[in-house]
Design a protein around this ligand. Structure first.
Ligand code: NAD
Length: 509
């Protein structure tokens, strides 16, 4: 189809709520004349008045000149009728999240806008293909999925339905760039990119909570230790458990109840009880207090280090070797610690006078103890930030209680805050990141997005420290598959089903 040029063209925004107002602001700041419409009388005018307040604050902070603020605001015109969409080259719809309402709106707009106008929807969960169904020109319907708050969040998922014209998706991609955003192409599938790939971030923590493997504060600390800005529990409390549970449910349902996406009974109970998070004053934590302090688990070594062997090659083993050298130096010259390095023993970690501190590879401490016939075995979580900053929280588990204190003491000596959790495969961070990689791999396999698109979307849409494929590039596909297989072996069911894309790649490595 021939698209009317979108550069600098008039934009019609339908829905003047949180998202519509933000979209109007961004479009006006990029130089477009914007007409803002809401079916609720006075809502568009109120939204503009609110934007005026936002601009005033930006001027006061020196982030915007008074002149630019005034000109931008003048470009936003609240309108009272859909007929005012005539002449717009682009409509962005941000109305209520209901298929019928969105279809009806676009059907009416078809009779008002020119044939070359693009109809974009900001839906976060409805199929773009379904929204376009029944329209005369379904090819011009495209998803333009912004994130909240629109002026600050860089990501736009440009979502193509089955009938979306490639030229339309490209035009919206380029326009998003011109608006200062980072667009990523996606196909219309449940959750698109971000809301799909992010599911395991919550699901793994909820699964660990269900089996009482750790407390919310410990799980949050473990994932912050892996570089995530917020732990899953504090993040769910911020999003609101009702919203988070609804998104999980919609992805589950849209995937024909594939158990991979099954929601958690832990969260359902919280929603049922009104424990919605920050907005209700209580979720996993009470507010305004927030997460309680972690129990003090730091321990001192009662036995000076004797013989320490660092197992493994690569940056993680190197970082451990460095930490061991520093520990040994603290005990010298009274105690001489003999340090050795073995690079190809098939595991990463430390052997301390025969006892083992093994970085998680999917085997539990109990399994390693059974294999080696020793009780003094501990497993610690994978290290995702190198070198680890002093005081990095690190989950660990022991095969036998007799070794818990010494294992914690060793981790303390090495500079970590030890978090004692139940002996589960992949503990906390390794398991969560492996599942994010797995979900991203399936998204790529199914043509939802590219690897680079998945990485950009997760970093910009939910502030992950690295994209899933970036995490994978510092790991090994074979090790990720082994970890997922270990989880699958223990839990059965479909959640830990390995993506065929990873399985194939593991064969080639
Ligand atoms: P909101 O409730 O703040 O605003 C919706 C506005 O649309 C309201 O002012 C309402 O009066 C108006 N409206 C409803 N039906 C209408 C119609 N038929 N015609 C014109 N106006 C109508 O909602 P929101 O949070 O801004 O979400 C809007 C859309 O953006 C939804 O599709 C939502 O899924 C999507 N979205 C929301 C977020 C978010 O974080 N809030 C993020 C991404 C996408």
């Amino acid at each position: 189809m021939n698209i009317t040029s979108l550069q600098g063209a008039p934009v019609f925004v339908a829905g003047a709520g949180i998202m519509g107002a933000g979209i109007a602001q961004v479009a006006a700041q990029a130089g477009h004349e914007v007409r803002l419409f809401d079916m609720r009388e006075g809502a568009a005018t109120a939204a503009k008045a609110k934007l005026a307040g936002t601009f005033d604050a930006l001027v006061t902070k020196g982030k915007l000149s008074a002149e630019a603020a005034q000109q931008t605001l003048a470009r936003i015109r609240p309108v009272a009728a859909l007929a005012d969409a005539a002449g717009a080259a682009l409509v962005v719809e941000a109305i209520v999240e209901q298929l019928d309402a969105k279809r009806a709106l676009f059907a009416e707009l078809e009779g008002i806008v020119g044939q070359g106008a693009v109809l974009a929807t900001n839906t976060s969960s409805i199929s773009v293909t379904a929204i376009a169904n029944g329209l005369k020109r379904p090819g011009r319907v495209v998803g333009m999925h912004f994130f909240n708050p629109v002026p600050l969040m860089k990501l736009v998922e440009v979502v193509s339905g089955l009938q979306t014209d490639c030229a339309v998706a490209e035009a919206i991609f380029e326009l998003s760039r011109a608006w200062g955003k980072t667009p990523v192409h996606a196909t219309s599938t449940p959750g698109f990119i971000v809301n799909r790939i992010a599911r395991p971030y919550y699901a793994e923590t909820l699964a660990l909570l269900q089996e009482r493997a750790a407390t919310p504060a410990m799980l949050d600390a473990a994932l912050r230790g892996a570089g995530f800005r917020m732990g899953p529990c504090e993040l769910m409390d911020l999003i609101g458990h009702d919203t988070n549970f609804a998104v999980t449910n919609s992805v589950f349902e849209a995937n024909f109840y594939d158990k991979r996406y099954q929601p958690s009974g832990v969260q359902r109970e919280m929603v049922a009880g009104g424990l919605l998070g920050r907005k209700s004053g209580q979720g996993f934590y009470r507010y305004p207090e927030g997460a309680p302090a972690l129990p003090d688990t730091a321990c001192k070594l009662t036995v000076a280090p004797g013989q320490v062997t660092i197992h493994g090659s690569g940056p993680i083993a190197d970082a451990l070797a460095h930490a061991v050298a520093q520990t040994a130096a603290r005990y010298a010259p009274q105690h001489v610690c003999v340090i050795a390095r073995l690079r190809d023993t098939g595991w990463t970690g430390l052997e301390i006078d025969g006892a083992r501190l093994v970085m998680s590879d999917g085997r539990t401490a109990g399994e390693i103890a059974a294999e080696t016939g020793r009780r003094d075995v501990a497993v610690f979580d994978r290290l995702f930030t190198l070198p680890p900053a002093p005081g990095t929280p690190l989950a660990f588990a022991v095969a036998d209680e007799v070794w818990r204190v010494r294992a914690a003491a060793w981790l303390t000596e090495l500079g970590f805050v030890p978090l004692p959790v139940a002996d589960t495969p992949g503990l906390v961070a390794a398991r969560t990141v492996a599942m994010l990689i797995n979900e991203a791999a399936d998204a790529v396999l199914q043509g939802v997005c590219s690897e680079a698109g998945a990485d950009a979307a997760m970093k910009l849409g939910v502030n992950y420290p690295q994209g899933p494929f970036e995490f994978l590039s510092h790991w090994s596909v074979g090790e990720v598959v082994n970890l997922l297989d270990a989880l699958d072996h223990l839990y059965r069911g479909e959640r830990y089903r390995v993506s065929p894309l990873l399985r194939r790649r593991a064969l080639h490595h």
